[in-house]
Each structure stands twice: as C-alpha cells, then as structure tokens.
Write a new protein. Structure first.
Ligand code: 26W
Length: 807
C-alpha cells in the first residue's frame, strides 16, 4: 500500500529530527545521522498509529495475546517498517535529492542478534503477522546487551566476537520508565498461620529493577502495530554508599554489576541445555517482569482478575519461559489472595505452550536445589503444583508409580520444565504434522493418553512480506503482474501462480529473476573478496551447525563429487557452488570441527584450476538475518537433510521454497508438508523415513557396515581419514565410524549417504532442462501459500488462544 505522504511533508519531518537531535541541517548530516533521523521519523508515525490502534483495542475489549520467548531474531527494522507502511518510494526519492542512497542507510543499521536461530526467527515472523492481522499482541523478551556472537573464521576455526548492536539499534527502542517493575531473587520463605489463613512471606530477597524497552512492529496495509517489549536489568538501590564513601570504589560497584549482568548476553547454545545459574536468572527475570506487566495492564482496564483468562492469552515459546506458570500462581495466590484451586484454573486456562525440539539434550531439567536457592517462593509453588498433580494422577492410575513418576514435575532432584509446561497449559502444540505426531507418541505420550484434546499441531510459517516481498522485489513484481498484489496480505493467493505453469514468458522471467538474484548476491560477496560464479548452480545449506542437521552429510557428498572429478577431470558436471552458512555454539567442539572441514575442503578444491571451475565450496562467515535476505533468494537448491524425526519443522526450507529454490531433503519436519504441497515431481526426497530410522535403531545400527560394504562410502571416508590441505580429520573419521558408543555417528549419515547421492544426481539431471526446472520452481512458489506465518497465526488464534478474528 502506498502511503499518501508527500515529499514536502517527509522532508520537514526528517529536517526536524536532524535539528532536534543534532542541531544540524541537511547538508551537514552524515549517513549515521541520516539513518537515525529516518528511524525517528518512522517511530513518530508508528507511535501515532499505535495510539489509534490501542484506542480501538480498548473499546473492543478484545482478548490480548502475550508471546513470551527468550529469543526474538528481529532483523533490521528500517526496511521492514518502510515497506509495511508503504513509505519506501517517498523516502527513496527525498533521500536521493539529498544525495543519500536508501540502501546505504539500510546498511547503517545493525542486525540485532537477539536469538540463535529457528525459535527466535519464528517469534519475529509471528509478530509481523500479528501486527498485519490486527491482533492486539505484545512479544516479551530480554534486551540482551550483546546478541548472538559475531563469527569469524581464522584458519578454519570459528572464533566468537561480541555483537555490539545497541549503539546503532537503540534508536528503535523506547524506554518506558513508567512501567518499571521489580524482580526478587534469593532469600527465604516464611509461612505463618494467622486468622486470615496461611500467610506466606518472602524475606531477605535481592531485588532488581526490570526496565522495559519497546520496539514497534508495523503491519502491512493494516491499522495494527505490535509491540516487542524487551526487559533490561537495572540496579539503582544496591550501590554500597558506605564502601564508596570510605574509598572502596571497587566494592561499591561489584554488587551493582552482578545484578545487571542478567541481561548482558544471549546464551549461544541452540538445542543444548546447560543448566547455568545465570540462565535461570534470565528466565525468571523475563517471566516475573512480564507477568507483573500483563497483570497491571489487565487491572488498569478491568479492575479485576476474575476475567483474566477470558481477556488474556499467554504463550510460552518452548520451555524457556515456563516459570511464568508458577509466577502467575504466586501473584494470584500471594498478592491477590485467590485460592490455590482457583488460581490453578486461571493459569491453566490462560497459558499455552509450543514445543520446538525433541532432542533429549535440549530438554530443560533444573537441579531442584538451584531453584530452591535462587527462587524459594517459586520452588514452593512448583512443589505444591507437583503434589496436587501427583495426587490427581494417583486417583487416575492407582498404584502405577512408574507412570506417576514419569509425569511428575519434580523427580530425582530435578525440575522438568517440559512437564511443568504441559501440566500448566491449556494446549500444547508441535510445529509440523510429523513433529506433533512424534511428541504425542514419544515425549508426551502419557499426557496425550490422559488428555488427547490438549495436543494439537500448528505448522510453522514465515513472514512472506519480509522473505519474499522485501528480499526478492523482482519476484514480487512478477507475482504482482501475474496474480495481482493481494497475496501480500493473503498468502493463499499465491496458489494462483500455478495457472502460469505453461506460460513461457513467465517461466523465462522466473529464470531471469533467479539469475539476477544470484548476481546480486555474488556482487555482495565480491565486496568481501569472495568470488563465485553466478552461472553455477547455487546449492545452499544455511542453518545452525548441528550434528542432527547433517552438514557433514553434505560435505561427504561434495567429497564424492570431488573424487569423481579427480579420477576423471573431463566428467560432464554442471558448475556448482556449495554455499554453507552456519554458526556453531562456542562450546560445541564437533560442530566446530565440521566448519574446519568445510573450510579446508574449500581451500583444497581451490588449488585445482580445473576442478574449481566445476565445484566450489564457500563457507559464508557470520550468517544472520541480513545475510539470509540476500542469500536465500539466490538459492537454486535448498539442502534440508536432517535425520528424519529430528528437525521439528525447519523454516529456512520454506524461505527458499517461496523464492523458487528446489528442495533436496529427507522426510523430516515441514519437508513432509512441502512434499505434499508440491508433489514428488517438484522436490528431491531421499533417505530413511522417521519410522525407518526408529526401526534401524531397534535392529541395531553399525556405521562400519556401510563403510565396509559400500565402495563409494569407503572411498570418501578413507579420503577423510588421510586428511587433506595439510590437516587431519581423524576426529571426524572416528565420529563417523566409532562415535561415543562404538556404533558410529548417531545421526546415521552413512545410512542415508547412497540414496542422497543418487537423488542429488537426479537433481543435476533435472537442472539440465531449464524450462522444466523453472516449472518446478513455479510450483514451489505457488505451493508456499500454506507456509505463511499469517496462516500459522490464524491457527493459533482459532485453536489455541480462542481469539475471534477482528472485523
Ligand atoms: C536450552 C537450550 C535451547 C535453546 C534453544 C534448547 C532449545 C532451543 C530451541 C527451541 C531450538 C530451536 O530453535 N528449535 C527450532 O525451532 C524452529 C521453530 O519452531 C524449528 O523450525 C526448528 O526445526 C527447530 O530446530
């Protein structure tokens, strides 16, 4: 939607910001000042819009959704807001007259890395949809001072540098001193029976301030503005004046720093639970401040909490904010004197939970003593919840101690957060059909049998406005020309693109667009001294580095092709560029080893002038949202090759699909639904199914049998064993064949290798027929209609949050 703002109006607004904040006029402004002045101009417009939207919500008394997540990977804001407000053209024109390029200003903005990967990016895509669909929504998270580390590769080894995003990112944050609240840690709990019943007091606690910073997210062509509220810890009181006065400055400062360290840095491990005290503090800090904030807002409007669950939906994104369940209990029982039973009912009706992973090492289990020490009152409440739940179970399953133990919240000195979430929620959902089936059948099977209706499935989706319209303007234009612009707000319209399946002009435009995006990305890389051939096939695997995602399997395939070419240099192969982008958790040694392997393979191939014409490997440093926006529209092939049953959904698969890449993948996560959407002709599926993987485990898996019995596997593994580029890869060789349990790699790379290679060869064949390939791409773009976050959000509002669609 085009806005009707005139150039004159915009000029005046920007000039006003330059003058107010810097005391300068246009001709004195540098890029950074201009970027911030544009940002402030947008904030002003968003605030006005938000005020109107708030008014409308208040009048309608609509139910509100509060989305809690330890991570939001928001990406840059300037472009997103300009696009959604329909202001890109007028800004571009005005800036041009002042000799500023809008693209340059976009690049002034740091990309806030307030998340690790899939979880945090999904949360941000959902905020975009909530705003566009005009639901009253607030996301809650922590304002980490340092986001996810910046990755640097030094001689193949990943190094981590701090992500300092606030100097450039702060401009988007609105500090709300009017909404500061207090969070209490440590101390002890005293219980006294009085005439009014049991009085519970939390004494000798340490208290810190939680200061909210709001980030506004505009919807497209809508009145909606969503708020992402980020909490920062502030310690105003704990300054030890007597130490300071007596000259002990260090001592005066330490306590203050200890408290503020809570929101210093995002934990960089994805899918791996570490059990650190500081992380527990972060979690409680987030939920305590958030629940207090939600309650205050509710009371201001309704003056009672009796209707809380009718007007409020609190969603916990994975188990990390699970402590909001006992925190809400605490406030209802201790501060508002609800009975335990009534409070529990309100909590269960208000809270819902999404599970995002089945990996056992990702499941959060906190030591009981740690929670008891850090959060004594919360601990007491969790014990209470556990006891009453076990009593209920005892009535239902008398004598079945084993089952009751499995389903309890606290057992063997550990507090199991996933169990707490299931017990304290109205609904539990998985993030793809397959994943939801797996959680019902495995990790939550006891609960599923007890209450089948509690469990549902909502397949993930992506913000197609960001991942198609903004990052691929050429494709967006083609779609406008073919099916009209309505798909921007209603992604189901994308399906109409199928009508152009036989249209040669559209298909050749599609091809030209992919080519242009590949050139655009190659040029971007060239600025960093990396040269790739935009005429080659771009084969992209971009995601966190994890064993289950099997970047290693991709490497084994490339080695196999490389060895083929070494044997037969004239082998007819279309030129291919294998692009890897991945951060490894800093302490994840084997993941870092895989990066080292990729980096060295890349160098080894570069040495051979003839081979590097045909295959080239590039490791892209420091993958983030901004890089993804350039890379994903340039992908020809999307690698989604996790071991079936392990990837909950995947969302990169959807982002590449909507940009016309073809998927080579296993029947895992949302790949299964991509397969259903496009049909077997338009996707390259290989490997074991989740069920076959399960059976293989039961049969007994031994990687070495593949090594001994399969010539191609043997050759590739031997190559690894001997090392190359002057480096040894003995550890990876051992990982593949021996592993921790003597049976080899638990993610079964070798078991899927042969079928992967076969299907990859089919893919190369298919690439030889460009017209057919374009048809397949077209079917993928059209088939992406069902992978929009808007559709996911409609399912959440209908099936989980019970919020009627606003009219
Ligand atoms: C406690 C450490 C930790 C940190 C992050 C455990 C688990 C996580 C996340 C839940 C992991 C994650 O991001 N999962 C991904 O979620 C995406 C959104 O639903 C899915 O698309 C991915 O398949 C899933 O891996």
């Amino acid at each position: 939607m085009e806005s009707n703002m005139t150039k004159e109006e915009l000029r005046a607004l920007i000039e006003n910001k330059l003058s107010r904040h810097y005391g300068i006029s246009i001709d004195e402004a540098d890029r950074a000042q201009m970027y911030k002045s544009c940002a402030r101009t947008i904030l002003e417009l968003l605030s006005e819009k938000r005020t109107k939207f708030n008014q409308k919500i208040k009048e309608s008394q609509a139910k509100k959704v509060y989305y809690l997540c330890m991570e939001f990977l928001v990406g840059r804001s300037l472009k997103n807001n300009l696009y959604n407000l329909g202001l890109e053209d007028v800004f571009r024109n005005v800036l041009k007259q002042w000799n500023f390029d809008l693209e340059d200003l976009y690049n002034e903005e740091p990309d806030p890395g307030l998340g690790n990967g899939g979880l945090g990016r999904l949360a941000s895509c959902f905020m975009d949809s909530l705003a566009t669909l005009e639901y009253p929504a607030t996301g809650y998270s922590i304002c980490y001072e340092y986001g996810l580390f910046k990755q640097k590769i030094v001689d193949g080894w990943q190094m981590e540098l701090p992500d300092i995003w606030l100097p450039g990112g702060h401009v988007w944050l609105n500090q709300r001193n009017d909404l500061v609240c207090h969070v209490r840690f440590n101390g002890h709990v005293e219980e006294n029976w009085t005439d009014e019943g049991l009085q519970i007091k939390h004494l000798n606690y340490d208290e810190i301030e939680a200061v909210p910073y709001d980030l506004m997210i505009s919807g497209l062509d809508s009145e909606g503005v969503a708020i992402l509220r980020l909490w920062r810890a502030r310690d105003l009181n704990n300054f030890d004046m007597s130490s300071f006065a007596s000259g002990d400055y260090d001592r005066a400062m330490t306590e203050k720093m200890n408290a503020e360290v809570i929101c210093k840095v995002l934990y960089p491990s994805d899918n791996h639970f570490e059990g650190k005290t500081l992380r527990l503090k972060q979690q409680y800090f987030l939920v305590s401040a958030t629940v207090q904030d939600i309650i205050a807002e509710h009371l201001q409007q309704y003056e009672t909490l009796d209707n809380f669950s009718e007007k409020v939906a609190i969603h916990i994104n994975d188990t990390h904010p699970a402590l909001c369940i006992p925190e809400l209990m605490r406030i209802l029982v201790d501060d508002y004197h609800y009975s335990w039973q009534r409070a529990y009912q309100l909590v269960k009706k208000t809270v819902s939970y999404t599970n995002h992973t089945v990996l056992s090492e990702a499941l959060e289990k906190w030591p009981e003593d740690l929670i008891k020490g850090q959060l004594p009152r919360i601990y007491g409440i969790m014990k209470g919840l556990n006891e009453s739940y076990c009593q209920e179970l005892w009535k239902r399953y008398p004598g079945d101690w084993e089952k009751i133990e499995r389903m309890s919240i606290i057992s063997h000195g550990q507090v199991r957060m996933a169990n707490l979430c299931v017990i304290g929620s109205s609904h539990v959902n998985g993030v793809s059909k397959l994943h939801s089936e797996i959680i019902q059948k495995h990790i939550f099977s006891d609960y599923y049998r007890l209450d089948t209706k509690k469990f549902i499935s909502v397949t993930n989706g992506i913000a197609h406005r960001r991942w198609l319209c903004q990052s691929n303007p050429l494709l967006s234009q083609l779609l406008d020309d073919c099916i009209g612009p309505d798909y921007k707000k209603d992604a189901s319209q994308l399906g109409k693109f199928r009508n152009f399946y036989e249209n040669k002009e559209v298909l050749s435009r599609l091809q030209a667009i992919k080519q242009a995006n590949k050139i655009r990305f190659s040029n971007q890389l060239q600025q960093n001294g990396i040269v790739i051939d935009p005429q080659s096939i771009f084969v992209v695997q971009a995601k966190r580095l994890h064993e289950y995602k099997r970047q290693l399997l991709n490497v084994l395939k490339i080695i196999s092709l490389y060895l083929d070419l070494k044997d037969e240099p004239n082998l007819s192969l279309p030129p291919q560029t294998f692009l890897f982008a991945a951060k490894a958790a800093p302490g994840y040694y084997s993941a870092k080893e895989v990066i080292r392997l990729i980096w060295n393979l890349s160098n080894e191939i570069e040495k051979d002038a003839t081979i590097r014409e045909k295959i080239r490997v590039v490791f892209l440093e420091n993958y983030d949202v901004t890089m993804a926006e350039g890379l994903l529209p340039a992908a020809d092939v999307s690698e989604q090759i996790s071991l079936a049953g392990k990837e909950a959904s995947g969302t990169g698969n959807m982002k590449m699909m909507i940009n016309g890449a073809l998927t080579i993948g296993t029947m895992d996560g949302a790949n299964v639904e991509i397969y259903e959407a496009v049909g077997k002709e338009n996707i390259f599926i290989f490997g074991m199914t989740a069920e076959e993987v399960e059976n293989k485990w039961k049969e007994g898996y031994a990687a070495s049998s593949y090594y001994h019995n399969n010539e191609k596997i043997h050759r590739v593994v031997e190559y690894l064993r001997h090392g190359f580029n002057g480096e040894s890869f003995e550890s990876i060789y051992r990982y593949l064949l021996v592993g921790d349990y003597g049976i080899g790699d638990p993610y079964m790379c070798l078991a899927d290798f042969e079928s992967y290679l076969d299907v990859y060869k089919e893919l190369l064949e298919a690439y030889h027929a460009p017209f057919r390939w374009s048809q397949k791409a077209l079917i993928n773009i059209a088939g992406a209609e069902r992978f929009a976050a808007d559709r996911s959000i409609q399912e959440y509002t209908n099936k989980i949050w019970n919020i009627p669609t606003l009219v």
